[in-house]
Ligand binder design. Sequence first.
Ligand SMILES: [Zn+2]
Ligand SMILES: [Zn+2]
Ligand SMILES: [Zn+2]
Ligand SMILES: [Zn+2]
Ligand SMILES: [Zn+2]
Length: 289
Amino acid sequence: MEVEACAVCMQPANQRCSGCHVIYYCSRDHQKSDWKLHRGKCVPFKVCENALLGRHLVATRDIKEGVVVLKELPLVAGPPQITPPVCLGCYRTLDLFGSRECVTCGWPLCSDKCGESQAHKPECHITSTRRGAKVSVKTFHQPHPTYQCLLVLRCLYQRDSNPDVWKKLQNLESHCEERRKTPRYEEDRVAVAQFVRRFFNLQDFSEEQILRVCGIVQSFTSSGGLIIRTAEPILKGQHLSICYSDALWGTANRRHHLSETKFFWCTCERCADPTELGTFFSAIRCKNR
Ligand SMILES: [Zn+2]
Ligand SMILES: [Zn+2]
Ligand SMILES: [Zn+2]
Ligand SMILES: [Zn+2]
Ligand SMILES: [Zn+2]
């Protein structure tokens, strides 16, 4: 058997962390001294990768049901790509009379207070320093094209203001190779990548770089925090999964949706079973019986 090294002193170690079963220590003292650092990383799963699933989580020990396995805040949050004008501090829907322009950048807001919020800082900063002119939004209550780039803009802002977040964003799945063949990719190139570079004078980001970010924010919705709790017991080595589609869709619809948006052909127990676990969910009912 391979001898593990202590996470603190790198000496041979045989005491495994009972939380994650991933990290080893030579002694109780070294485990104790490392806990402050390790605590944030001590999770019951590890990230694995294969051709079918791409990156996914695999349990590193048995997990009981009802356990919180993951709790995370979003790296970046913003309005959806297709949206009527909303306040960029609190995301309330705006109309002409209920909104005011941000004094610094011109984006409409519900109040001056929202103009000073942390959430609004990225586009406020980029608009005033790079574009050099205010944004003007005059139509409300219908999807507004300028908002298409907002979440992407908030991601790009991280490169200079928060390199740690930028690095983490870059590590997320963008599906760029698969997306390259889709009409959506070309739409994003024109409506987001080319638009951002021209409108906000951000030529120091390449079209490709911006399109990568487009892919990343489409793969992951970013509303509020994320808490994942186990719905049933999971055995060590099993992969942790969540439902990307709707449990009340038939197999054909679920598989189609997953292959269009997540670029994989689902082979889970239900998808692989023509009877859908004996429910005959997608079956046609014969009228004469
Ligand atoms: Zn040690
Ligand atoms: Zn641990
Ligand atoms: Zn607001
Ligand atoms: Zn502003
Ligand atoms: Zn499935």
